[in-house]
Design a binder for this molecule. Structure first.
Ligand code: UDP
Length: 327
């Protein structure tokens, strides 16, 4: 069976990708330092606890497992934190990716699927973002991901590394079977924070600004189900294993929802009120980020079939009530 190195396989998106990989006959070998991931989330293949910046540990993983490809999820990924601690983002994200890529190339593993982000685009006048939109990140999270995209292109020229770069929009939901789900400490993402407020685990959801230039004043995002994202990664992996060229794909649905709209969907999905109040804007936030995802649908054959807001909130709510991980 084909082994795949999954950097960050103990995290939210990586663990779902491992489940989909295993279901499709691959062996996901998780490498994770557990800084934000969970050992309990590693259920579908071997686990190596190591930091991507540890070159000797990376060389050993490639020697021990001879993976056919790398799926690289491991990163710091919070906009608010990136505004306060940019060094963390440059060190963890860029240096970690560089060390991993050097080790992969040295081992002759020349296929990489990389988790990038719509934050590489920044603010672009309310247009739907395509893969050809200019890159203008507003925060160190987006800047660090743009830098890694460039590293992968450079290694493509120098060493023949081929990459599929996925620019994710807003990932949400949980495994429909409830085996893995979203679990951040502390939690900052809109949907899980909202569910904590519904459940009385926090006093209220604080809406980050209601004076944006959008129809209701709150930020608009394009939410995509984590299971659909995981399926895209297996398609990207197969794309590379079929010998196809490096490519960038957006992963979103093309439909944007404001924070207020997400709240009203959550009320409908859970049958409960969402305690909320308004706070200031969060520095580094773009008003609107909506994906043009035709390329992934047409070229990769991707179909975001789980990504209705209703379904994403229902799956996240089921996971929340189950109280999965830690302990
Ligand atoms: N948001 C909010 N309150 C929260 C968390 C998020 O108003 O407690 C807003 C956030 O400012 C953004 C949107 O919800 O406009 C999605 O934020 P999230 O952190 O989930 O994802 P991001 O867009 O940063 O990747």
């Amino acid at each position: 069976m084909t082994k795949v190195l999954v950097a960050g396989g103990a995290g939210y998106i990586g663990s779902h990708a491992c489940k989909t990989l295993a279901a499709q006959g691959f062996v996901p070998v998780t490498v994770d330092n557990l800084a934000t991931g969970w050992a309990q989330a590693v259920r579908y293949g071997p686990f190596v606890q190591a930091d991507l910046n540890d070159r000797a540990a990376m060389d050993a993983v490639f020697a021990d497992h001879a993976p056919a490809a790398v799926l690289h999820f491991a990163a710091s990924s919070l906009v608010g934190e990136a505004m306060r601690e940019p060094a963390k983002y440059w060190r963890n994200n860029v240096m970690g990716a560089l060390t991993l890529t050097e080790a992969a190339v040295a081992a002759g593993c020349l296929n990489m699927v990389f988790s990038s982000t719509c934050a590489v685009y920044g603010e672009q006048d309310g247009v739907v973002l395509t893969e050809d939109s200019p890159l203008a990140p507003l925060n160190a999270y987006g800047s660090s991901k743009r830098a890694i995209e460039e590293i992968l292109r450079d290694f493509g020229v120098s060493n023949g590394l081929r990459s599929v770069i996925f620019r994710y929009f807003n990932v949400a939901g949980a495994d429909p079977d409830g085996e893995v789900g979203e679990c951040h400490r502390p939690e900052t993402h809109l949907i899980p924070v909202m569910l904590e407020a519904i459940d009385g685990q926090r006093e209220a959801l604080v809406i980050n600004g209601d004076d944006y230039d959008t129809h209701d004043g709150t930020c608009i995002r394009d939410y995509v189900h984590v299971t659909d994202l995981a399926e895209a990664h297996v398609l990207g992996l197969k794309w590379l294993l079929d010998g196809r060229e490096s490519r960038v794909f957006n992963l979103g649905t093309g439909s944007g929802f404001s924070v207020r709209e997400v709240i009203s969907h959550a009320r409908a999905a859970t049958g409960r009120k969402v305690p909320h109040r308004f706070g200031p804007r969060r520095p580094g936030d773009a008003a609107v980020l909506v994906s043009g995802s035709r390329r992934a649908i047409e070229d990769l054959g991707w179909s975001p079939g789980h990504s209705s807001l209703k379904r994403m909130i229902a799956d996240a709510w089921a996971w929340h009530k189950k109280g999965g991980y830690p302990g």
